[in-house]
Every structure is written in structure tokens, then in C-alpha cells.
Design a protein around this ligand. Sequence first.
Ligand code: NAP
Length: 290
Amino acid sequence: MAKVAFIGLGIMGYPMARHLAKTGGHDLTVYNRTAEKAKTWVAENGGAHADTPRAAAEGADFVFTCVGNDDDLRSVTLGDTGAIAGLKSGAALIDNTTASAAVAREIAAASEAAGAGFLDAPVSGGQAGAENGQLTVMVGGDQATFDKAKPVIDSYAKMVGLMGPVGAGQLTKMVNQICIAGLVQGLSEGIHFAKKAGLDVEKVISVISKGAAQSWQMENRWKTMDEGFFDHGFAVNWMRKDLDICTAAARENGAHLPVAALVDQFYAEVQTMGGGRWDTSSLIARLERE
Ligand code: NAP
């Protein structure tokens, strides 16, 4: 059993911290900006809550963060009340936020100066994966920190892979988002076309999902896309943040992302339709508006 701090009890962090306590059996101290959520978490799961990220991190062997974006990550890790100020020598800071590779390197350097290790460890699998402890975790960092942290990360994951040095986890998550963007648009167009052509969408999917067009998105989202239900957790606002990170990284490394950039604009239109909190499968709503 390890002493673990968890900072950021949102849609993802709340159940991930629960798995660290209940599945992993670790001793948890949690911090959340909106303190009420941290109190509720402790009432449900035991452990303790702290008033600052620094206080949560003090004495912990592993400190997890799962907040929104680069700036949020800086605000919970850096400065007087940030987690790094509380890190003990030999501890590991593990960031589950989807953020840039650049901020991962920045926070890694600050952790190293405090004598602690750092892993960027963004996740895939959505709200359901977090609730079920079945996330895929893409990790950047050194082998020794990874080996120490992996059994703890396993509490909320079905797959944990070390992808390379610090930043490689975030770069892998970018690949994941680039693949999803074009795929969801293709699936949206397919379902939209099937309806316009007067086909039975269920019949179409039951046949083509056994062929080369099959995908996780097709298996898990076709029905709710057809019904116009977009409440699966991973918000359009978050996807735009992620695609922004991808296109910024592509400008640096010279990769061409024409479809990801276009789909980003489609998501901007979904936002103007009031869909910022709809999930990413809502691309179809843009095609079906009158
Ligand atoms: P969320 O529900 O909006 O939760 C965000 C958490 O971060 C909340 O606990 C929030 O505190 C905290 N936070 C945000 N800004 C902060 C700041 N400046 N200082 C302190 N705390 C701050 O988000 P989520 O859906 O859990 O997503 C978290 C991360 O995982 C994001 O990077 C997202 O892209 C990624 N992700 C999400 C999913 C998904 O399906 N949702 C899937 C994969 C990856 P408050 O409670 O006070 O607001």
C-alpha cells in the first residue's frame, strides 16, 4: 500500500481516485479546487482531503494530477501552494491531464529539481473507462519511474504503455485524437447518407460492422448518433483543446493534418450550435441541422 495524492476530481479524476483507493488499496489524500467535491469524495471513499495541492502532496509516494489544460496543470503543480513544493525526494508526480508535450517537459524539470520523478500519463477510454477502471494510459518518462508507478497506475487501467521519454505520452495521445477526429466525421457522414438514402441504419451497421469499416466508434456510438444522444462524457470543448494541441505540435514537427484541422472547424460549428458540452460523436448533428 502506497501513500497517494490525487489532485483534480472531475469526470475522470473522481472515479480514478476511487480505483486507487478501492482497487489498489492505497492510502489517498485528495485535493479539488471546489472543496465540496473533495469532501464528498472522502465521505464516499475514506482517506483525507487537503486544502492545497502542496498539502495533498506532502509525504506522498505518488502524486496524481488530472485537470483541464496546460495552464490548469501549472496552477496545481507550480508556485508556493503547488504540488511540487510538497513533493518529497524520491516521490513520483504522474499527470493524467491531456496537455502539451512542452508543459510535460516543463513540469518534469521542476519535479526533477525537487528530487522527484515525473510521468506524463494521459488516458483514453472516456468516462466509462474511468468508472470501470479500464483506461488505456500512454506514458512518457524514464524506465525506473515507470516501473515504480505502473503497479499503482494499474488500479484504474487495462493497458499501460511506456512510449518514450517525457512528452511521449502526450504525443501518443495526440495520435489517438488525430485518428478519432477523422473517423468520427466519416462515421457521421455514413450514417447521415444512409438515412438520406432511405436505408435501415441498424441493418446497414449490422452488416458493415463485420467488414472493413468496423471501428470502436461504429460499434459503440452508431445507435446514439442515429438517435441524436450526445451525453457520453468527452466534451466537444475538450476535443477542440486537444486538436489545438495536435495542430500546434504539427506546426513544430512538420506533420500535415488537413483532416484534423478541418474537423476542428466542424467542432467549432457544433459549439455555436450550443454543443460545447455534447460529446464528440455530435459531429453528425452538424450534418443534420436544417
Ligand atoms: P472536468 O470534469 O472538467 O474536471 C476538471 C478537473 O480539473 C476538476 O476537478 C476541476 O476542478 C479541476 N481544475 C480545472 N482547472 C483547474 C485549476 N485551474 N486549478 C485547480 N483545479 C482545476 O474534466 P475531465 O473530463 O475530468 O477531464 C480531465 C482531463 O482528462 C482533461 O485534460 C481531458 O481532456 C482529459 N480526458 C477526458 C476524458 C473524458 O471523457 N472526460 C477522456 C480522456 C481524457 P473543479 O471541480 O473545481 O472545477
